[in-house]
Design a protein around this ligand. Structure first.
Ligand code: GLN
Length: 538
């Protein structure tokens, strides 16, 4: 093993998925980080997709993009928000990608005629991925998706059991998160599913060091003791984690449960975690302020926080740090009415794909531009703002190639650049991950980034880095008309070829970017554009 000093925490789930295994794991990570450790996290997901790029956001939640350009699911966003580290391609391991790598190696003769099997080939490759993902960290947390016993998850369970043989059992801590349902008709909590889940885990050779018992309400100690005695685990290690209002209360819930002593023993160190900033943040999130700001999120998939998780999290955190309550109003992009927009203090148009709902988004951008309503455009939100401005500036039917405008119409304000053509419909063809941009002198955009120290002065000018996930670009041939329509470019790629930021100089706050700043916003370090957008609504 290359990283000898690292300790590993493996988190599995029993009974049900979706009971907050990831948040529990991330909260433990936040606590360990607050003790001064370098903590990283990784998700092993048993489904057969190779990445999350083509997954339907309604079914699966938002697609999150790492700095090195991997399309993953929203769990990695939680990891970044809780731990403040940058996830990477090593932070996500999907069965599909492991099988793909194995099959490709087999096809190219890499196994020299050997039989390729789940054990040891799949499991060893998973161990390799865990080792890579943990390079340079003090503690590496691995969350296994799904629940123990699912067919497709078994090789991962075997891999994490095996991992302890490689690094030593004392360097591994196994946590099982189980759900204990409350049966209303008989008025009792039922531990049987948890007992069975722990029995399954034992059958695969893992006796957990900690069992987290998730319940709706705080449960009597006797419930934890019963689980402990039926599954051969010390009762001090069976901890109750009842539901809490906000995910940001989970670290405190976890601390209260008594986990710290076990983590301290595991790490061999008794220092107190410094949770003061988290405490401040969670207090602010819970507080009611005198002022409420109403922000409209003009979107295709309305009402589903998961689909725009990073955007809503960035907005809510910015509101908390700006001492205002926030009401996020979902505006269905297919039914945008001026009368609805008139009720809003500010408008956000987030990222999106395809033509559906884009007329409404263009309408919202136009409304914001004309009525001087604060506007934040994220990726597609910038493209529709450019279209709205170009239409005002004289390009009558200005549009995007993505929404069905043809090249011959000569009004593609947003177009697909040479070199990207012909690869529009499948995964793996987008501009993904971190790219640098240089911000224009005297622009509001630059002032905002400078104020928060989010960029640096270089020979090119003021440079910033943001994550991307898009295919289409602003056609700079229409810049004059866009300017006539009230919008100016305020940042470009370093070579000047791609428009990265725009703003409306006459508006109070009208900034949009081709990037996804929401991916870099964290509760304790909220993104400047979100902070200043919310500030402009006060
Ligand atoms: N559909 C647009 C493009 O591909 C915008 C993408 C996005 O909003 N993430 O360029």
């Amino acid at each position: 093993m290359k990283n000898k000093k690292c300790k590993y925490i493996f988190v599995t789930g029993g009974v049900l998925s979706g009971v907050g295994k990831g948040i529990t794991a991330a909260s433990m990570g936040a606590i360990l980080k607050a003790k001064g450790y370098k903590v990283t996290m990784q998700k092993c997901d048993p489904y057969l997709n190779v990445d999350a790029g083509l997954l339907n956001p309604v079914e699966h939640g938002e697609c999150y993009v790492t700095h090195d350009g991997v399309e993953t699911d929203l769990d990695l966003g939680h990891y970044e928000r809780f731990l403040g580290f940058e996830t990477s391609k090593y932070s996500i391991t999907l069965s599909g990608s492991i099988y793909k790598e194995l099959i490709e190696r087999e096809r190219s003769g890499g196994f020299h005629g050997k039989t390729v099997q789940l054990v040891p080939h799949f499991t060893n490759l998973v161990c390799e991925k865990i080792e890579k993902a943990s390079a340079d960290s003090d503690i590496h947390i691995v969350e296994i998706g799904g629940t123990v016993g699912d067919y497709e998850g078994l090789p991962f369970i075997e891999a994490i059991r095996l991992f302890a043989n490689k690094v030593g059992r004392r360097n591994c801590l196994y946590i099982s998160v189980v759900y204990v349902p409350f049966i209303h008709t008989s008025n009792e909590l039922k531990t049987k599913p948890s007992q069975n889940a722990l029995k399954d885990l034992r059958g695969f050779g893992i006796i957990p060091d900690i069992v987290c018992v998730r319940t709706e309400e705080p449960c009597p100690r006797a419930i934890c003791e019963k689980i402990a005695s039926f599954s051969g685990i010390s009762s001090d290690a069976v901890l109750n984690l009842p539901d809490v209002k906000s995910v940001y209360d989970v670290p405190f819930n976890v601390l209260k449960s008594g986990v710290l002593e076990i983590l301290n023993d595991f790490m061999g160190d008794k220092t107190e975690p410094d949770m003061s900033r988290w405490k401040e943040f969670s207090r602010r999130r819970a507080r009611k302020y005198a002022k409420t700001v109403k922000v409209g999120l003009v979107a295709k998939y309305v009402g589903n926080d998961d689909t725009y998780m990073c955007v809503t999290e960035a907005l809510k955190a910015s509101a908390a740090w700006n001492n205002v309550n926030i009401e996020i109003k979902w505006v269905n992009a297919e039914e945008v009415k001026d009368s609805d927009l008139a009720k809003l203090d500010g408008i956000v148009v987030p990222g999106g794909f395809g033509a559906r709902g884009t007329d409404g988004k263009i309408k919202a951008a136009k409304y914001a531009l004309e009525k001087n309503i604060p506007y934040l455009g994220l990726c597609l939100g910038m493209q529709v703002a450019c279209i709205a401005a170009a239409r005002k500036g004289g390009v009558k039917n200005a549009n995007s190639e993505e929404f069905g405008a043809s090249e011959a119409d000569n009004n593609n304000v947003i177009y697909i650049m040479e070199g990207q053509k012909g690869k529009e419909s499948t995964g793996g063809t987008m501009r993904l991950g971190d790219y640098k941009a240089v911000l224009s002198d005297k622009s509001k955009t630059k002032k905002i980034y400078e104020k928060y120290g989010w960029g640096e002065k270089t020979a090119n000018g003021y440079e910033i880095v943001e994550r991307h996930r898009h295919r289409y670009e602003v056609n700079q041939k229409f810049l004059t008309q866009m300017e006539k329509g009230g919008i100016k470019v305020s940042g470009t790629s370093l070579d000047g070829k791609l428009v990265e930021f725009i703003e409306a100089p006459k508006c109070k706050f009208f900034v949009a970017t081709q990037a996804h700043p929401e991916f870099k916003s964290r509760p304790l370090k909220t993104h400047p554009l979100f902070m200043e957008f919310i500030k402009s609504l006060k």
